[in-house]
Write a protein that binds this ligand. Structure first.
Ligand SMILES: Nc1ncnc2c1ncn2[C@@H]1O[C@H](COP(=O)(O)OP(=O)(O)OP(=O)(O)O)[C@@H](O)[C@H]1O
Ligand SMILES: [Mg+2]
Length: 343
């Protein structure tokens, strides 16, 4: 994995216009406030963070569905940001997507054959017979068969629909597949099957994934690196094992504490507890300083005034947190907690 980056985001900003009041006046809201990320060929980057943190905004910008407000976005050397969300066919082929909801993402009027061969029809000169033959191979790859070709999406379960979406996304052997919560709508055992399928396909085809999820435990299995988003910021990034076993940012630690229990009753109880601990209001972005400062249990005075830069984390990666400031020597942290000085 020492190749040149496949995808490189630098200070990417994604903005939406919001209507201010009843008039025609609009204000702009930054859903992604400067994201820097790299994905190498064949690598899986897991992008996690709670709802509204900006994960899909990054995904949709990479896919060319939204034009970025600022920053650069290079894919194999091409500046995607300069294309203003209108990708030429050659590029379109190389970046594919699978979305969360297999019930709305597949056109109900199309047959499985139409769905799986659509990218081939648009981007290749293959004949109908060639496309059909390729569709059979693609279905086999996701454990479906020829007999499914003439059926419609409503005749399949959620997991099967996601297999169809994956077959379609892989039809052109893309370099990068953006997976926006590909298993969130599925039950746990189906989730594992789909994750395993993605894992196998990646290793067989050498595809890179941008894998978006809420659940750190789930992405950890398949990701080489993990990036953690909080309210439009990437607060931590690094090798998947390091981020999962030794999270450096307090927000990443909080996310890990929120890893779902396999027991549904436990899970419901924990979720209810979390809602009490972190009502929506406290999710608001801190006005100045670290975006997590108004929720952080280890907040220090400087966190409220200064934005923490990226500090290197032992074991790899970076985190935007003053607790890692080598210059502070841990002193600021200790004195904030009023720990007694050693004799
Ligand atoms: N089309 C839009 N217009 C205005 N605001 C939007 C739009 N899409 C997203 N947002 C806002 O941008 C922020 C980031 O949304 P985004 O969908 O990227 O988050 P997310 O991390 O994917 O969340 P989830 O986990 O719920 O999918 C949110 O505050 C959201 O309300
Ligand atoms: Mg999303």
């Amino acid at each position: 994995m020492t190749d040149a980056p496949l995808l490189e985001l630098r200070d990417l900003r994604v903005s939406y216009r919001k209507r201010a009041g009843l008039g025609l006046r609009t204000t702009s809201f930054d859903a992604v406030k400067g994201a820097t990320l790299t994905i190498r060929p064949g690598e899986t980057l897991g992008l996690v963070g709670e709802s509204g943190s900006g994960k899909s905004s990054i995904a949709n910008t990479v896919l060319g569905l939204i034009a970025p407000a600022a920053g650069t976005m290079r894919f194999r050397g091409t500046d995607l940001a300069a294309l203003k969300a209108r990708y030429p066919s050659g590029l379109r082929k190389d970046i594919q997507a699978v979305f969360q909801d297999p019930f709305s993402s597949l056109n109900p009027a199309m047959t499985v054959e139409d769905i799986v061969t659509e990218p081939l029809r648009v981007h290749t000169n293959m004949t109908r017979a060639e496309r059909r033959a390729r569709a059979v191979d693609l279905l086999a790859m996701v454990s479906l068969s020829e007999e499914h070709l003439n059926r419609h999406p409503h005749q399949f379960s959620g997991g099967q629909r996601q297999r169809i979406a994956i077959a379609s996304a892989l039809a052109l052997e893309p370099k990068l597949v953006v997976l926006d919560e590909p298993v969130s709508a599925l039950d746990v055992s189906t989730q594992n099957q789909i994750i395993n399928l993605l894992y196998d396909r990646r290793d067989a085809l050498g595809i890179a994934y941008l894998l978006i999820a809420h659940d750190l435990a789930l992405v950890h299995h398949i990701s080489d690196r993990i990036a953690v988003m909080y309210l439009g910021h990437i607060v931590e990034e690094g090798p998947a094992d390091r981020v999962y076993t030794a999270p450096a940012h307090p927000y990443t630690r909080a996310l890990l504490d929120a890893v779902p229990d396999l027991d549904p009753a436990q899970q419901r109880a924990r979720r209810a507890r979390r809602r009490q601990l972190a009502p929506q209001g406290t999710q608001r972005h801190a006005e100045t300083g670290c975006p997590y400062s108004n929720r952080c249990a280890q907040v220090m005075p400087r966190c409220r005034s200064d934005a923490p830069p990226a500090y290197a984390v032992p074991g790899g990666g970076t985190a935007h947190c003053f607790l890692l400031d080598p210059g502070a020597n841990g002193a600021g942290h200790a004195s904030d907690r009023k720990e007694p000085a050693l004799p």
